[in-house]
Ligand binder design. Structure first.
Ligand code: PHE
Length: 360
């Protein structure tokens, strides 16, 4: 048997030389395992006489403790080293800029609706609502569009399906927000000032038309409201909405069954290299229909036309959103790659010439 000192030197060297936990375990088993060298020596103590046993036992125990302590210390050192190694590779530079993540934004149409409902209330208008599935009475009759009136065809109406034998009045997807005029007047009477933003539907699809689009209806009824008030109100709105001092609106005589006189309104803009600008240039975009509310419409809504009068308008929200945010194609709102939303901040995109395509 090697002397205790030799054993000690050998095992401590083995412990120091172990490269990893597995190596350490091998040393432990060889020395202190059940069949280990030191364990075997301990087992041999029984055959010794008491004196020798005492001396050998003490030094064997001391050796066992020493090897055990060395094993533990080496284990901790190896773990520390492994952690250091890992930390070196997993080092994180917290000063690096974060990875950009694609972010959503409010849809321009929603944004514009919010803007509308902030601007008009400053002029005394409150917000009214009506259903998108509307009876043909509200959508047409009450607005002085009787059955067989050509305007019904012009509206390219979506009719709701009716089962045979269903005698409820026909319903349509509202073709404009004007039925909300009727609902608002029936509910609140006169005087009244409301706007009604919302979705409307027509069977139409090209670069500047989609089957679903958005309008905002305006209605102002009082004792002596005139076209002059309408003009001021619209100009005021455009200045606030487009955030420009100068806007130029063009009133073109037109016809709607529910207004008399009627006018369509265009706004002047320029398009320089895709950059749209309001209030200058030689292009006009139609943005709304308007007029003085027809006496028959007041009557249908229970408002006395000998006492009350006023204006109404229906503005294309998608149109003014296109103008403000430089969106070239209405269909982009619904089905195209919406990455242009990034431009929402708000340099206009490379916009093809809008002239010609954009009258209603
Ligand atoms: N309802 C009309 C349209 O959709 C617009 C309009 C509203 C015209 C109110 C006059 C008055 O085309």
């Amino acid at each position: 048997m090697d002397g205790i000192d030799t054993l000690k030197a050998r095992y401590l060297a083995a412990v120091a030389g172990a490269a990893d936990e597995a190596g350490l375990e091998e040393v432990r088993v060889a020395a202190l395992g059940k069949k280990g060298e030191i364990s075997a020596l301990m087992a041999g103590l029984g055959k010794m006489d008491p004196e020798a046993r005492k001396a050998a036992g003490a030094s064997l125990n001391a050796l066992k403790d020493e090897i055990d302590a060395a094993l533990r210390a080496r284990k901790v050192a190896l773990a520390d080293a492994a952690l250091d190694e890992r930390l070196k590779t997993e080092w994180l530079d917290v000063t690096l800029p974060g990875r950009p993540r694609p972010r959503g934004t409010v849809h321009p149409v929603s944004q514009v609706m919010e803007e509308l409902t902030a601007i008009f209330p400053d002029m005394g208008f409150s917000v009214a609502e009506g259903p998108q599935v509307e009876s043909d009475w509200y959508n047409f009759d009450a607005l002085n569009i009787p059955p067989e009136h050509p305007a019904r065809q012009e509206h390219d109406t979506f009719f709701m399906h009716r089962a045979p034998g269903d005698n409820r009045p026909p319903h349509v997807l509202r073709t404009h927000t004007s039925p909300v005029q009727i609902r608002a007047m029936m509910e609140r009477g006169a005087p009244i000032r409301v706007i009604a933003p919302g979705r409307v539907y027509r069977m139409d699809m090209d670069q500047t038309h989609t089957p679903m689009f958005h309008q905002v209806e305006g209605l102002a009824i009082d004792r002596d409201i005139s076209m002059a008030n309408l003009k001021w109100c619209l100009e005021e709105f455009c200045r606030a909405f487009f955030e420009v001092d100068k806007v130029e609106l063009r009133f073109r005589a037109s016809h709607f069954p529910f207004t008399e006189p009627s006018a369509e309104v265009d706004i002047r803009y320029s398009n320089t290299g895709g950059q749209l600008k309001i209030g200058e240039g030689d292009k006009w975009m139609e943005i709304l229909g308007s007029g003085m509310v027809h006496p028959k419409v007041l009557q249908a809504a229970g408002v006395d036309p000998t006492q009350w009068q006023g204006f109404a308008f229906g503005m294309g929200i998608d149109r003014i959103a296109m103008l403000k945010y430089g969106i070239p194609d209405l269909r982009a709102f619904f089905e195209a790659d919406l990455r242009w939303l990034r431009h929402y901040g708000f340099s206009a995109l490379d916009v093809p010439d809008l002239a010609g395509g954009l009258s209603a």
